[in-house]
Structures are given as structure tokens and as C-alpha cells.
Design a protein around this ligand. Structure first.
Ligand code: NAP
Length: 347
């Protein structure tokens, strides 16, 4: 089968044919076998590019798989073969899932308990983009922060993969949603999703813009901060938080881990949640499963929508990584397996 192999650490945006590229296309990689009676082999249709996949190839992610490895986490596809004891799926079923590594390939094997049926009304491309981004935001906002209708949610990096999902989940929960992003195209999309206030960082600063909005709506401050960016944006956002606010530490796309002063957290009764979605698979698997089931039902009812700004073939993976690195992604960047390398980019 065809697969993308990471053979050394480095920048995956370098063209594949350059000697510096850490990734290569293996044309006849061994097909993964059905190693247990409950194993299912899935022919992958689409797999999403997460910031973590980029960091992992750079060698800057918390999980460092031994080299060489096939990168990739969330995916969708069609069941191609099942083990003798599989009872939940049959050949031809549409499924989605995620794994620690391995989805940048034509085929992947998973246990049947780790697969989710893709419901009617949800296309396979969207299902392949859903687990990590929407799963993270759903567990963070619904399970951890227990976001309630009428509360004020502030989302940083709001037009990125996790950010755009947080904005939509916030709206489904009935929150007043404030989004922070950079540039007219991102702002336009966020406004089209019914976000209550968008801060365009190319035009102004977060504190000033949000304070003006809160005053206009007669609101005191922010109840939940969703932060996948870090750095000075976090520092500024802390000035907007209410007594008893929840801070969701999601990631550090700015490259800077922020400092959240414990003395102010004490005085203001803030709760700081470190949230690593993937580890729920080990420690709270039912939370993660229930969350994905709910998200798949929301998507088939049209309550949420996966926005895909770029779609590439496996051979164009370096361009997909570049879209993430250069902050061009709005929502998700996808790799569609078997997609012609001529028909690429914006869908
Ligand atoms: N905790 C978890 O379980 C979990 C799960 C998924 C992702 N994450 C983390 O969340 C973060 C975002 O992931 P993502 O997939 O949403 O990435 P993404 O699609 O690339 O979005 C990141 C957003 O951050 C903003 N940003 C601000 N400063 C940036 C910088 N210096 N470089 C790049 N982007 C910058 C960008 O928005 P503007 O250009 O509009 O400012 C961009 O839209 C990553 O750190 C990732 O590892 C964590």
C-alpha cells in the first residue's frame, strides 16, 4: 500500500524530493494485518492534518514515536476486512476513528471498539476531520468547563482547526461567543457562523475590543477561556476573565507556553484545566466515546459543520503541512487518499 513515512525528524514542508525532507512516500509499504479476531481493516478515504502531526515530525510534540513511523491520527474510510469475532461492523460500512499514528496511508487496522459508524447525513470527508478537533473542543467545553447557555466564551485561534470547532460547540451550548482571529477572510467566516463578536488581530487589540463589546451587551466579563494559542494573547485575555472563570489550556500554537499567575487564580477563584484529549482514551474512554457519538449526531442534524479550507493528496503532504505552518488554514486541512495530485487545494 501507499503510505507517508517519517524517517527522520525535520521540517515536513520541505519538498519530498529534497534530501532535507523528513517524509517520503513509500509505494509498497506492507498492508497491516488483522492481528486479532476483533480487528478491522479500513480503507482510508480522508485523514486530517492536525498541528500536533506537524509538531511530531519536527520532534517538538509530547509523544515521540520511534522512527520510522507513519504519521496521522484521525481518519474516515470504509471497512475492507474484518476479523473472525467482529460483530459491530461489516465490509462496506463507513467508519471514522483516530489513532496515535498511522493514518497517512491507504489502509489502517483498528479494533472494532475503537471505530465509530458514520451516520447518514455526514459525509466521509467531514467525518475524517471530526475526531481530534471537535473531540477536543467538546470534551473541553461540555465535559470540563460545563459551558452553560448565556455564559461568555472567549476562543483564541478561533479560525484554526480546534478554534473553529470550539466556536460552533459554544453556539450549540447557547453561549455568547467571542472569537479572536487574524485577517478579513477568517473574520468573515466566523461572522457567518453567528459568532457574537470577532476580534481581528490585524486591526486591534483583544482587551480593548472585547471590553467594548462586553459593555455594549451589559456583560461583566468572560466565563470560559478556550486557549489553543498561548503567549501574550493568553496574558491579555486573562484581564477579561470573571470571578470563577474556567481556563482551558489546549495548546501553544504561538510557540510560547503562557504563565497563569497562581495568586490571581486564587483571588479570582479561577479553575485552570490542562486538557489533553488523546489521553482520555486511556483514563476516561467513555467520556471520549460519548463525546464523539454526540458530535456525529450533531453533524448529521446540521448543528455543526466541518469547514475544510485545503485538501491535498498524500503526494502533496508537504503543501498540507505548509498550509498549517503559514497560518493559511481556516478550519481543517485534509489529505484525501487516492485523490489525484492535480486537483488540489481549496475545496
Ligand atoms: N490539548 C489537546 O488535546 C489538543 C488537541 C488538538 C490540538 N491541540 C493544540 O491546539 C493548537 C492549535 O491546533 P490546531 O490544529 O487548531 O492548529 P491550527 O489549525 O494551525 O490553528 C492554530 C491557530 O492559532 C493561531 N496562531 C496564533 N499564533 C500562531 C503562530 N505563531 N503560529 C501558528 N498559529 C498561530 C492561528 O490563528 P490566526 O492566524 O488567526 O492568529 C491559527 O489559526 C496546537 O498547539 C495543537 O497542538 C491540542
Amino acid at each position: 500500500m501507499e503510505a507517508l513515512l517519517c524517517e527522520k525528524l525535520g521540517d515536513p514542508t520541505v519538498p519530498h524530493n529534497s534530501p532535507e525532507s523528513p517524509i517520503t512516500i513509500a509505494r509498497s509499504h506492507p498492508v497491516p494485518s488483522l492481528a486479532s479476531p476483533t480487528a478491522v481493516r479500513v480503507r482510508i478515504h480522508a485523514t486530517s492534518l492536525n498541528y500536533a502531526n506537524y509538531l511530531q515530525i519536527l520532534g517538538k510534540y509530547q509523544e515521540k514515536p520511534p522512527l520510522p513511523f507513519i504519521p496521522g491520527s484521525d481518519y474516515s474510510g470504509v471497512v475492507e476486512a474484518v476479523g473472525d469475532a467482529v460483530s459491530r461492523f461489516k465490509v462496506g460500512d463507513r467508519v471514522c476513528s483516530f489513532s496515535a499514528v498511522g493514518s497517512f496511508a491507504e489502509l489502517i487496522v483498528a479494533d472494532e471498539m475503537d471505530l465509530f459508524p458514520v451516520p447518514e447525513g455526514c459525509d466521509l470527508l467531514a467525518a475524517g476531520a471530526l475526531p481530534v478537533a471537535f473531540g477536543t473542543s467538546h470534551v473541553a467545553l461540555v465535559h470540563r468547563a460545563q459551558l452553560k447557555a448565556g455564559q461568555v466564551l472567549l476562543v483564541l485561534g478561533a479560525a484554526g482547526g480546534v478554534g473553529l470547532s470550539a466556536v460552533q460547540i459554544g453556539k450549540v451550548c447557547g453561549a455568547v461567543v467571542i472569537a479572536v482571529a487574524r485577517g478579513a477572510e477568517k473574520v468573515q467566516l466566523l461572522e457567518s457562523l453567528g459568532v457574537d463578536h470577532v476580534v481581528d488581530l490585524t486591526k486591534g487589540n483583544v482587551t480593548e475590543s472585547v471590553k467594548k463589546f462586553l459593555k455594549m451587551r451589559d456583560l461583566k466579563g468572560v466565563d470560559v477561556l478556550y486557549d489553543p494559542v498561548g503567549g501574550k494573547l493568553t496574558k491579555e485575555s486573562l484581564k477579561l476573565l470573571n470571578w470563577g472563570a474556567n481556563i482551558l489550556v489546549i495548546g501553544f500554537a504561538s510557540g510560547e507556553v503562557p504563565v497563569i499567575p497562581a495568586n490571581i487564580a486564587l483571588v479570582k477563584n479561577w479553575t485552570v484545566h490542562g486538557l489533553y484529549w488523546g489521553s482520555h482514551k486511556i483514563y476516561l474512554p467513555h467520556v471520549l466515546e460519548d463525546s464523539l457519538k454526540e458530535l456525529l449526531s450533531w453533524i448529521s442534524k446540521g448543528l455543526i459543520k466541518v469547514h475544510i479550507s485545503h485538501s491535498y493528496s498524500l503526494q502533496e503532504a508537504n503543501l498540507a503541512f505548509a498550509a498549517i505552518k503559514e497560518r493559511k488554514a481556516i478550519g481543517k486541512v485534509m489529505i484525501v487518499i487516492g485523490k489525484s495530485s492535480v486537483a488540489r487545494s481549496k475545496l
